[in-house]
Write a protein that binds this ligand. Structure first.
Ligand code: SF4
Ligand code: SF4
Ligand code: FES
Length: 365
């Protein structure tokens, strides 16, 4: 018993063992301290600072603290919550993160923190730094755009004969993780997988094993399944016996996403059991006849008509879902952003192989 100490976490008096890790003690007593670089089986790295707490009034990383008698610890003050959110936002702004198409989505600690904090956009300007994606290693892909320099891989991934596989190279804002190709070849598949799973984000990927665990069944996928979506300050409401009212539209794109909906064949009948389609190319209903629970948006937003349709969907639907590459990332329509407009119009309407010979008309010009 002489080993026991008394500390205070957010005003709550706690008795615990001296020298125990603060994150563990807090968790045991129902207080959650978010972490990113910290991993239960390795020595604290103290690199990300998302676990910042106040100990006796001073900011410090919670994951590196061993509790001692009389410590007064603050975890969930408005200031600390805001600082943690700012750190996650900075990480998003500093790297190039596109969660909807990321292989780690659903298993990513940083993405989970962002959802948890209600983050939809970062307050900081994106750096858009050019970072290399290295496909050269035998088993792995190093996606530096997503690396948060947590140092887990550098400290923990060794070959069977104890050699480092990952190391930090360069300095300051140019610091990045480099893979030693020769050592990486010595890793077995399970050792490579361990490295991938050790990485808290999607920076280390193992070729051929990236999608082993299906989306929808990943670590964080089901955490929010019982949370009711919030719509403009009100809880989204649908009576249990009411069908989902769904609207769909295709902005600029190939209509492929709608085609893939139709491609589910007889399973469409299961959807009809729980959903009623309102305005949609699937029903050929041209105008909203009622408010919809969900609006599905396919295609990129490319012209004023698309903006008008989007605004109408925003007004008439409780929740909008962008589905497919073009709606999420710009996709095919965004590719023309790299071609001068005049050249683009001429190719599409005057000189392209599919243009009507002799028509010579550019719409709106
Ligand atoms: S690594 Fe995580 S945060 Fe980054 S893009 Fe992938 S899922 Fe999103
Ligand atoms: S590759 Fe992953 S584990 Fe290694 S430093 Fe970057 S984020 Fe951390
Ligand atoms: S979790 Fe403590 S510094 Fe990263």
């Amino acid at each position: 018993m002489s080993n026991m100490v008394t500390i205070s976490i957010d005003g709550k008096s706690i008795q615990t063992e001296s020298g125990k890790n603060l994150v563990t003690v807090a968790k045991e007593h129902g207080v959650y301290i978010p972490t990113l670089c910290y991993f239960r089986n390795i020595d604290p790295l103290g690199t990300c600072r998302i676990c910042t707490v106040k100990v006796n009034g001073r900011d410090t990383t919670g994951c590196t603290i061993k509790v001692a008698d009389g410590m007064d610890i603050e975890v969930n003050t408005p200031e600390l919550l805001e600082n943690r959110k700012a750190i996650i936002e900075m990480l998003y702004a500093e790297g190039n993160h596109f969660c909807p198409t990321c292989e780690k989505s659903g298993n990513c600690d940083m993405q989970n923190h962002a959802y948890d904090m209600g983050l939809t956009v970062t307050r900081y300007p994106h750096v858009f730094s050019e970072k290399k994606v290295d496909f050269t290693p035998k088993r792995m892909i190093m996606e530096s755009n997503r690396c948060i320099l947590c140092k887990r891989c550098v400290e923990e991934v060794k070959t069977p004969d104890g050699k480092d596989v990952f190391s930090f190279v360069k300095r300051g804002v140019n610091t990045r993780v480099q893979i030693d190709y020769e050592q990486e070849q010595k890793l077995s598949e399970s050792e490579a997988l361990r490295a991938m799973n050790l990485c808290p984000v999607g920076a280390i990927l193992v070729k051929g094993m990236i999608h082993e665990q299906p989306f929808g069944e990943r670590k964080y996928d089901l955490l929010g399944k019982d949370i009711k979506p919030v719509v403009k300050g009100n809880t989204f409401h649908k009576a249990d016996d009411e069908k989902f009212i769904v609207a769909t539209t295709s902005l600029a794109g190939c209509f492929g996403c709608h085609m893939s909906l139709l491609d589910i064949d007889t399973e469409l009948l299961d959807i009809i059991e729980i959903a009623e389609f309102n305005k949609s190319p699937l029903t050929d209903i041209k105008n909203f006849s009622k408010r919809c629970h969900i609006g599905l948006i396919e295609g990129g937003c490319s012209n004023s008509e698309n903006v008008h349709v989007l605004q109408e969907f925003r007004k008439k639907c409780d929740i909008l879902v962008a589905f497919g590459e073009c709606a999420i990332m710009g996709g095919i329509p965004a590719m023309r952003n790299f071609v001068p407009l005049q050249e683009c119009l001429e190719e599409a309407y005057l000189n392209g192989v599919t243009t009507e010979i002799g028509a010579d008309v550019v719409p709106g010009h």
